[in-house]
Design a protein around this ligand. Structure first.
Ligand code: 5GP
Ligand code: MN
Length: 337
């Protein structure tokens, strides 16, 4: 295992450095917020960088400052590869295994650049030369804030950097309610508001951005919600047909899984979403308390994440995936009581 330190990195970064910043596939608020915050902070130091995402991101994140600077690999493959190939430094943010960037992973593995990992997921792999990894921290944005304030104590962050960091902390803590939210999280948030993050407007951008189709899709999801009472588990499924009928767009199902957890007594909630284009069932898992969904997702659904929030996939069809899930679940009776 490499050393978990950024020591010596700062001295190598200067306006002539060629830097790429990349995050995971299906980027969320923390992935985009941390990447854009780092990009904009480096810009404050007159150090240029290029943000690259494996694929596109939901509309409710398209207001983020400078998101138009991002190159998405799914639409600009050659340009992304050329940028990455020419990079001296590649910052990988909010993930810790190269397979999390989809088909770009094998390409990254062969590059000679210096890799920097800033992340808060469990069990990091061994590809990075510099690491700032802490699985106790709620968001990668908090770690980018730590990077900035520890390495550049005399540079205050701009309002745009503050807004990006605020967004990732807010989304990865479930609006400051998950147990990973600490007094330090709130101190950082207070500093970001002082630096110019407009907290109320950011909440509005993210949460008051529904259209009627998304609410209809939520209606279908709630109708499809099943409770396995004796195992304190609730799960939702959405077929490709459900998605098509309700004009599904990327991001529309964000947060749906949490409705299962809002039922009194439920400790484990899952959503299964059919994706015919990729021929998989994408799975999101959440828990309250000790039930470790990271371990569950790793063992049964080729995934991972955190103790209380993880993701994965199934290569079976929707019906078989649900049947297998119900069978598997029975082996966890003691953990779920
Ligand atoms: P979500 O369910 O919101 O997509 O993801 C929950 C958490 O699990 C996030 O931290 C995300 O990065 C992680 N995650 C989601 N899908 C996968 C996956 O397929 N593999 C791994 N290792 N982590 C995932
Ligand atoms: Mn994150």
């Amino acid at each position: 295992m490499r050393k978990n330190t950024l020591e010596g990195l700062k001295d190598q970064l200067n306006p002539t450095s060629k830097i790429s910043i990349i995050s995971h596939k299906n980027p969320d608020g923390d992935a985009l917020g941390s990447s854009l915050a780092l990009h904009l902070f480096l810009k404050q130091l007159e150090i240029p960088s290029q943000v690259i995402m494996p694929n596109t991101y939901p509309d409710f994140l398209k207001w983020l400052p400078n998101n138009q600077d991002i190159l998405c690999y799914d639409s600009k493959e050659a340009e992304c590869k050329a940028r990455l190939e020419a990079s001296d430094f590649i910052f990988t943010l909010d993930f810790n295994h190269l397979n999390r960037v989809g088909s770009l992973g094998d390409f990254l593995r062969d590059l000679k650049a210096t890799f920097v990992m800033i992340d808060h997921h469990q069990e990091p792999s061994d590809y990075a030369d510099y690491m700032l990894v802490n699985t106790q921290i709620a968001s990668t944005c908090e770690l980018v804030y730590e990077f900035i304030t520890s390495q550049y104590p005399n540079t205050s962050v701009s309002a745009d950097v503050a807004s990006c960091l605020y967004t990732g902390i807010m989304t990865d803590t479930g609006s400051f309610r998950f147990p990973s939210t600490t007094s330090e999280t709130h101190r950082i948030i207070a500093n970001l508001i002082d630096a110019g993050a407009d907290n109320s407007q950011i909440h509005q951008h993210i949460y008051d951005n529904n259209n009627i189709s998304r609410l209809h899709l939520l209606g279908v999801a709630l109708n499809n919600l099943k409770v396995v009472e004796e195992l304190n588990t609730a799960y939702i499924f959405l077929s490709q047909e459900d998605l098509n009928l309700n004009h599904f767009k990327k991001g529309d199902t964000e947060g749906f899984v949490n409705y299962g957890l809002s039922i009194k007594g439920i400790k484990f909630a899952v959503i299964f979403i059919e994706n015919k284009a990729e021929n998989i069932i994408k799975i999101s898992l959440r828990s309250i308390g000790d039930f470790n969904v990271n371990a569950f997702a790793r063992k049964h659904f080729s995934g991972g994440g955190h103790n209380n929030a993880a993701g994965g996939k199934s290569d079976l069809d929707l019906k078989s995936t649900l049947a297998e899930f119900e069978t598997t679940l029975k082996h966890y009776k003691e953990d779920l009581l």
